[in-house]
Design a protein around this ligand. Structure first.
Ligand code: SF4
Length: 181
């Protein structure tokens, strides 16, 4: 099977890539994440994904542009439910890309996170698969949570400390002592 793996960051890619490579599959990582702000943070996460791809000798697909303006326009109408729009955008683009480059299935590293809405992501993937006439491969990658941190340490990958958008950065740090106004 040729699999397109939507890849949010290096650490989250580790365990899913090992799982997906365990058959005779071909895995291609797709780094489509305009939700990552600011730009230097985006580049750090992209580089970590590049390290994972080099380590496993698999392909990496990167969009032509960092679509930051489009991302803000997409979420601005409903900031409270921004995560649903953010998930949908990334998954929908992954399904489209999978069809475009002739993959058999797609999936996402978002399915490894205990901090994301797992069921919502799974449902969005299923809908994107149906509407784009392609298969979605589901696996609860959360079971590899411990291994993914081990591999992250072994490969010495950059570990981000907030989800991605400015709002998540604010939520993460607003109560830290050195961030008090
Ligand atoms: S918190 Fe994470 S999933 Fe939600 S909108 Fe921000 S970057 Fe996207």
């Amino acid at each position: 099977m040729k699999i397109l793996l939507h890849t949010c960051c290096g650490p989250c890619a580790t365990y899913p890539v090992t799982r997906l490579l365990s058959g005779s599959n071909e895995v291609n990582c797709f780094f489509y994440n305009p939700n990552i702000q600011g730009y230097r943070e985006y580049i750090k996460r992209l580089k970590a994904v590049g390290e994972v791809c080099r380590h496993f000798n698999i392909a990496l697909t990167i969009p032509e542009r960092y679509e930051i303006e489009a991302w803000f326009r997409m979420v601005v109408g409903d900031l409270r439910d921004r995560c649903s729009r953010c998930y949908k955008d990334r998954i929908e683009k992954t399904a489209l890309k999978a069809v475009e480059i002739g993959c058999d299935v797609f999936t996402s590293t978002l399915l490894i996170s205990h901090k994301q809405d797992h069921e919502k992501i799974k449902n969005i993937c299923e809908e994107a698969a149906k509407s784009n006439n392609i298969e979605f491969y589901y696996e609860d990658f959360r079971k590899g949570w411990r291994e993914h941190w081990q591999m992250t340490d072994e490969l010495d990958l950059y570990k981000q400390n907030y989800c991605g958008c400015l709002f998540s950065e604010y939520e993460r740090f607003k109560n830290k002592e050195d961030c008090k106004e």
